[in-house]
Ligand binder design. Structure first.
Ligand SMILES: [Mg+2]
Length: 344
């Protein structure tokens, strides 16, 4: 069967058939609007993201299952960055007529697997045909107590700047796909070809199937440990600049403190350029960057451990505006670009 035989309503029923009820969902897919109820005392968080073929993804690189997962993951990441609990999502698709139905089935399977992992229920959406590639638009809703919601505007001079996980993996994965980094089948400096392949697979999975730091974001907020938070979608420097701007502060990031994965290091070791370019300004890691008073340091370390991820301080919030990156010898490191932006 082809998409054309199925039609719009057929496609919607095909997706809806795999969706069960969920938290706070009173009426899900099928009526003119979904009906949902927030937990009493909570406020609604809403965020939306569009993914466009050949702007955000390429069908030759992104398999449909992981594309479905990522479409929701990037939205969950935004709720995590507010310290919220993700609850509901809508999914709208503009689909080229020639897209195989199998692709949509796999995409939906991926999307719903990510939803299940994070307790998110698909409550609606829209489908239409596209003349210019696949367009995916997801809106996510979540909730949190008003006093626990973490904004970008709360950083104070003297706070530590933290990041979760490792940075630059997704950017290196993208560089591998784009061919700006040459894959190394012969092995690198005594490292076997197999180990190189494993490193490359890790970097690619960080790009194609990112893990939103939902538990960490929520736990940090609920413990009241952080003053400002953002998810790293456009690179640490660019994303921390958003915190700095809205908080009326600046920041100093220590180059040698930026956490790098073993896979990242092994690939970076054979590159002629500084590895930090990808780590500081590469997009799509979907880790969290947050600020917190130094007094909360030990509690944050413990909480991160409990969430099963690493969190490390990488710098300090300054009253001086602007974001500086400082190398171990005290010199300032100037990244070649600040991070990914559209329309430039
Ligand atoms: Mg964000």
């Amino acid at each position: 069967m082809k998409l054309g035989d199925l039609g719009e309503f057929g496609l919607i029923s095909r997706i809806a058939a795999n969706v069960a009820g969920g938290n706070g969902v009173i009426t899900g897919i099928g009526d003119d609007a979904a009906v949902t109820a927030l937990t009493p005392g909570m406020q609604l968080l809403t965020s939306t993201d569009m993914l466009l073929e050949d702007v955000h993804f390429r069908l030759s690189w992104h398999d449909p299952y992981r594309l479905g997962r990522k479409s929701l993951a990037v939205n969950i990441s935004d709720i995590a960055a507010m310290g919220g609990i993700p609850l509901w999502a809508t999914l709208s698709l503009a689909v080229p007529a020639n897209l195989p139905l199998d692709f949509l089935d796999e995409f939906t399977r991926g999307f719903l697997s990510m939803a299940r992992e994070h307790g998110v229920t698909l409550i609606g959406g829209d489908t239409c045909s596209s003349r210019n590639g696949l367009i995916i638009s997801v809106t996510i809703m979540g909730e949190q107590h008003p006093e626990l919601i973490v904004r970008r505007s709360g950083a104070r001079s003297g706070d530590e700047i933290w990041v979760t996980g490792t940075l630059g993996d997704a950017a290196q994965g993208l560089a591998l796909l784009e061919g700006t980094i040459t894959p190394s089948r012969q092995g690198r400096g005594g490292v076997s070809g197999e180990a190189c392949d494993a490193a490359e697979q890790f970097l690619l999975s960080r790009l194609l199937d990112p893990t939103p730091r939902a538990a960490a974001g929520r736990s940090l907020a609920e413990a009241g440990l952080v003053s400002a938070m953002i998810d790293i979608s456009d690179g640490l420097v660019a994303d921390f600049e958003h915190i700095a701007e809205l908080s009326g502060v600046g920041g100093t990031i220590r180059l040698d403190a930026v956490p790098l994965s073993p896979a990242f290091r092994s690939v970076a070791s054979v590159l002629p350029t500084s590895p930090y370019q990808h780590a500081l300004t590469g997009g799509e890691d979907y880790e969290l960057a947050f600020t917190a008073p130094p007094a909360n340091h030990e509690k944050i370390v413990k909480l991160m451990k409990k969430c099963g991820i690493d969190g490390v301080p990488v710098g300090i919030v300054t009253s001086l505006p602007g974001v500086r990156v400082v190398a171990p010898d005290g010199t300032e490191y100037i990244p070649q670009s600040h991070g990914f932006t559209h329309f430039t």
